[in-house]
Design a protein. Structure first.
Ligand code: FBP
Length: 550
């Protein structure tokens, strides 16, 4: 396969490890832990994996470990650094015992269920060191939730002599990893399960997991693009750019990109919900900034919009819930021929409040809300082009103001959606090092016989040598939440905290970023070689959270 010069150079990059992982490692175990909430319920549901201690790795004496075979699974959306988790796991296992073997299940969790796998040898691993993507074994979104799936897993693990499975995934996949660990302990089948925190969305984080991997690289790629757009906007001075950013429900990506690039406006879904804002409130806020900048002769700007916004507008949330109930597997609706008939059908069945919201929406968006549905019959919120919706509504409002003589500017807009551009980027040094360390930590947890743990690496704003590696019991991160109508034990999803330092930083600065003294920052592309303060920099979210930026 032909490689770019950067790919060739990155193949020989040696990821940095925390000091405690560089030589021989011993475990230091803390006190018993408890779940973040709903302790009694979680304890009852996880009698074997509840309350286990936190684990920290320390430098120690050499120790010999019996050989183990291990299986690894990539689960869910791609995130930069996945290949380094696998190479760290491979190197760690080989160092602990050269007879250890690593198998990769193909295409995500379904590989375990359907017995599709390859053995990951040194030759294969070397091809993928420090590269983006999940293509070494592929990923998938099959959920490991049912006992027949777990039992299929036992069959293949027995066949291959696998004693441990590493699941690299987001909050849901790690929740399932914990359920699997508990099930295998109950069955006494001798298969350990270890999780690794992956997702560009940044919503798998808590006291012990400072960030999920991939968030750093993805945000740096999007911030570079936003910076480039801002430089263009500031040069041409004629367009307003509306930029939607991936990230599912949480606004961490939009917030981090705003902290890096200082756009004129950054909407945070969690704030919209907390302030009970309507779509019109959001539009009016944008209009105010557009008008004020136009008065200063600046008919350009940038607006960052988190992917999940629409779900956080309380009135929209209600409308979507009503549509989900009404349209899930609704044959009567599906039999209607024209868009107009469908629109009338929906209007007739909505509550008066939701009918008004629905009627006020631009027709294209209203149509999207009724057409694009997932296999459960729910609206696929991430497919809704909120950036276009906002542009249309802002333009309408500005036209009214123009008619009233309250706005004299020009509004020309361009819309963007950034997501796939960053999910498979070559991992930044931060993600390359962090992921390699996570994989390495997983290899030690396995060799020490642990199960139901997530590999953890903390103190991430310090140089890599000072990072603290260990394991966190997954039950510690759990609470009970309603999913598909029933209460389930799940890892608590981390949305943007409005009293958290990163949001507070945005809130304190956004007025000055919006006004006529354009304060854009142009982050530029990820740097892999050069001074450490440029190449090894963590996200601004982490730096602000750790008090490194005031
Ligand atoms: P996960 O890490 O939770 O799997 O999601 C990552 C993500 O990129 C989201 O930001 C986005 O909404 C979703 O995946 C897109 O999914 P798909 O890859 O199926 O298009």
């Amino acid at each position: 396969m032909k490689k770019s010069p950067l790919q060739i150079a990155r193949a020989s990059y040696q990821p940095k490890l925390p000091k405690a992982l560089q030589g021989n490692v011993v475990l230091s175990e803390g006190h018993a832990t408890q779940s973040v909430a709903d302790q009694e319920e979680i304890k009852n549901l996880f009698p074997n994996t509840y309350g286990m201690p936190l684990i920290q790795f320390k430098e120690g004496e050499a120790k010999s470990y019996p050989a183990v075979n291990v299986g690894v699974i990539l689960s869910g959306g791609q995130a930069p650094g996945g290949h380094n988790v696998i190479s760290g796991l491979f190197d760690g296992l080989k160092k602990l015992n050269p007879a250890n073997r690593l198998y990769g299940f193909l295409g995500g969790p379904s590989g375990l269920i359907d017995h599709k796998y390859i053995e990951l040898t040194a030759d294969i691993i070397d091809e993928y060191r420090n590269t983006g993507g999940f293509d070494i074994i592929g990923s998938g979104r099959t959920k490991l939730e049912e006992t027949w799936q777990f039992d299929n897993g036992i069959t293949i693990c027995k066949e291959l002599g696998i004693k441990a499975i590493v699941i690299i995934g987001g909050d849901d996949s790690n929740t399932n990893a914990c359920v699997l660990a508990e099930y295998y302990l109950q069955k006494q089948c001798g298969i350990q399960v270890i999780g690794c925190p992956k997702t560009i969305d940044g919503d798998l984080k808590n006291e012990m997991i400072e960030t999920s991997f991939g968030f750093d690289t993805a945000c740096k790629v999007y911030s570079e693009l936003i910076g480039n757009i801002q430089r263009d906007a500031n040069s041409a001075k004629k367009y307003w750019h509306f930029i939607r950013l991936m990230g599912r429900s949480a606004s961490h990506i939009a917030l981090e990109c705003a902290l890096q690039s200082q756009p004129n406006i950054c909407i945070i879904s969690e704030e919209v919900e907390a302030k009970n804002m309507t779509l019109n409130d959001i539009v009016n806020d944008i209009v105010k900034v557009v008008v004020a900048r136009a008065e200063a002769g600046l008919n350009f700007g940038t607006v960052l919009i988190p992917e999940g916004l629409i779900e956080f507008i309380p009135a929209m949330k209600k409308l979507i819930a009503e549509l989900n109930d009404m349209l899930a597997h609704n044959e009567e609706f599906n039999a209607l021929d024209t868009d107009d008939e469908k629109r009338q059908y929906v209007k007739a069945k909505l509550t008066p409040e939701s009918r008004t919201v629905y009627s006020d929406l631009p027709k294209g968006i209203a149509r999207q809300l009724t057409l694009d549905r997932d296999p459960h019959g729910n609206v696929q919120v991430s497919l809704i082009e909120t950036e276009k919706l906002l542009i249309e509504m802002v333009a309408k409002q500005l036209a009214i103001l123009k008619g009233e003589g309250k706005y004299k500017g020009k509004f020309a807009s361009i819309n963007h959606f950034f997501g796939y551009e960053g999910r498979c980027a070559i991992p930044s040094n931060f993600d390359a090092d962090y992921c390699y360390s996570l994989g390495y930590a997983a290899s030690i947890l396995i060799s020490e016989g642990k199960t139901g743990y997530m590999a953890s690496v903390r103190n991430l704003t310090a140089p890599a040598a000072e990072w603290i590696a260990g394991g966190v019991p997954i039950t510690m991160m759990m609470n009970m939440e309603k999913r598909h109508g029933a209460m389930k034990p799940v890892i608590q999803k981390a949305l943007v905290k409005l009293d958290g330092k990163p949001f507070q930083y945005l809130a304190a600065h956004r007025e000055s970023w919006a006004d006529a003294n354009t304060s854009y920052v142009y982050p530029g592309p990820i740097q892999y070689y050069g001074p450490s303060e440029v190449c090894d920099l963590p996200t601004r979210t982490l730096l602000i959270e750790h008090g490194k930026i005031g």
